[in-house]
Design a protein around this ligand. Structure first.
Ligand code: AMP
Length: 174
């Protein structure tokens, strides 16, 4: 499987969820087992041997591949969720979106200062969601942070919004 073949499998949906957005629908790739395996294997080869102890997935499309990757590299899985979903004590971060404020939460005891973490989401657009998550994880005082996306929309320059101390990588660029 090549990068071009994977790109061809991702459906572009114009004007979803609002007019003007070209939505990258990854479900058309995920339903193909070779594509699914390619995505997982690419991540494994990038992140195996880096001492990562927890893979942190962002709700909700960041939950799809992250646990499979975590098992392959000998790490655990930690979810970052929207407010009101996690049952125990949480830490949270709020950030501005185009329309209003969004909040993300993690369990307070999800990480320790000895953790080396990989933050993972399906797609980097403006970078607001991931930058807020990086801030929240930094507050918890981990040893090192890696950031990964399956897909990156280069023209939105979301990478520039991300903390310069973290290593950012995307499998496929649009
Ligand atoms: P952002 O904070 O702008 O980087 O947005 C990132 C989040 O919104 C990710 O969780 C993506 O799944 C989702 N997202 C934003 N724009 C798109 C798009 N054009 N296609 C698919 N998902 C998107």
């Amino acid at each position: 499987m090549t990068i071009e073949e994977v790109k061809q499998m991702i459906r572009n949906v114009p004007d979803f969820p609002v007019p003007g957005i070209q939505f990258k629908d990854i479900t058309t790739g995920l339903k193909n087992t070779e594509c699914l395996r390619w995505l997982r294997d690419q991540l494994v080869s990038r992140y195996k041997g880096k001492g990562i102890t927890q893979v942190i997935g962002l709700e909700s499309r960041g939950f799809i591949i992250a646990p499979a990757l975590a098992m392959e590299i000998g790490a655990g899985f930690v979810p970052v969720r929207k407010p009101g979903k996690l049952p125990a004590e949480t830490v949270e971060v709020s950030y501005e979106k185009e329309y209003g404020i969004d909040t993300l939460q993690m369990h307070k005891d999800a990480l320790t200062e000895n953790d080396i973490v990989l933050l993972h989401d399906d797609l980097l657009a403006t970078g607001g969601t991931m930058e807020a998550t990086i801030k929240m994880v930094k507050m918890m005082g981990v040893k090192k942070i890696y950031v990964n996306f399956l897909f990156e929309l280069d023209f939105l320059k979301g990478r520039e919004a991300l903390d310069k101390d973290v290593e950012v990588d995307s499998l496929i660029h649009f």
